[in-house]
Write a protein of this length. Sequence first.
Length: 341
Amino acid sequence: MNDSLTIESNVSLLPYNTFGIDVKASRLAIVGTDDGNNPIDRYSKPIEKLRSAGCFESRYFVLGGGSNVVFTRDYAGTVVMMSRGKVAVDRVDGDTVYVSADAGMTLDDVVSWCVAKDLYGLENLSAIPGTVGASVVQNVGAYGAEAKDYVDSVCVYDIQDNGFKCLTPEECEFGYRSSMFKRFPGRYLVLNVIYRLSRSFVPNLGYKALENMPHSSAKELRDAITDLRWSKLPRPAEHGSAGSFFKNPIVDEATCRRLLEKYPNMPHYPGNKLSAGWLIDQCGWKGKRIGRVGVWPNQALVLYNAGGCTGQEVREVAETIRTDVASTFGVELECEAIFVD
Ligand SMILES: Cc1cc2nc3c(=O)[nH]c(=O)nc-3n(C[C@H](O)[C@H](O)[C@H](O)COP(=O)(O)OP(=O)(O)OC[C@H]3O[C@@H](n4cnc5c(N)ncnc54)[C@H](O)[C@@H]3O)c2cc1C
């Protein structure tokens, strides 16, 4: 049993963010879990302690694996993190298996666990860094799949109302790398996600890059997707990054047509979605470096830490790229990564 809450002061956040930004938090609170089959039983006491310790009375930020955040300075407040918790089968209904995963678990560990137990659906999300909690906040996606496709319910603690809630996918208002949680930053602490998976393996190979992927088993597909990802993206242990730094922009019909007339080879997707990576690449950014921040040579969408950069430096480079894309194409890029001041 671990009903503990640990609180430390003046803590370096370097181990807790994949960009490798070296800042400190005034306080770091790590929420443990208690025994119990349902998440509310497991989290009630630690959260009560968190509240009693005054963590929600002044500034706080909920941090998962720190793989989509950029701290721009020391954080003057409490950074709240969830400890790992557990993954288990919640219930079975014929071919459908509901898997319960606590927010602090690494998403990829959950995918691995499911594949090993012959529970299918999450394979295409293999090797996305970060936690289960953030997977629903961000509605993570890759290779033609998004977290929302497999979410059955999300258990949260509503910090504002001081109560627990179980939200349906509709209530989560999932969108492209977004959810209702992003409309109310800091209001909800995600505690647990129930994923709806299948006992039957039906490989999802609709995404172009997966057309020729080996897929005799979910494990084989997962391994191939993992290899493909790391052939294009910086590994956090080697080069700090937040993955794709910008969202793919969605433009209006007229803008899409105007750009296609001028750039007939421009990649574009249903709903007038453009490729942010392509736009940035066309502006000549791929492989460039400004001081200690670089644009990844294999993927222009990724900014990386070329050695001891600060979050402020990352913000300046991101802004320079945004301005360049806006003046070249008339398209505004929105950051997917989250700056924390
Ligand atoms: C190399 C690399 C590759 C990546 N590839 C992809 C990809 O293919 N697809 C994709 O979608 N993303 C990708 N990302 C981005 C990142 O993996 C996702 O955004 C992920 O969901 C972030 O998880 P995290 O736990 O690190 O969250 P953090 O970065 O710590 O936090 C992200 C947001 O979630 C909130 N949050 C975290 N946990 C909780 C919680 N328990 N309750 C409430 N709010 C919470 C935070 O407050 C913050 O707003 C990549 C990142 C890297 C570094």
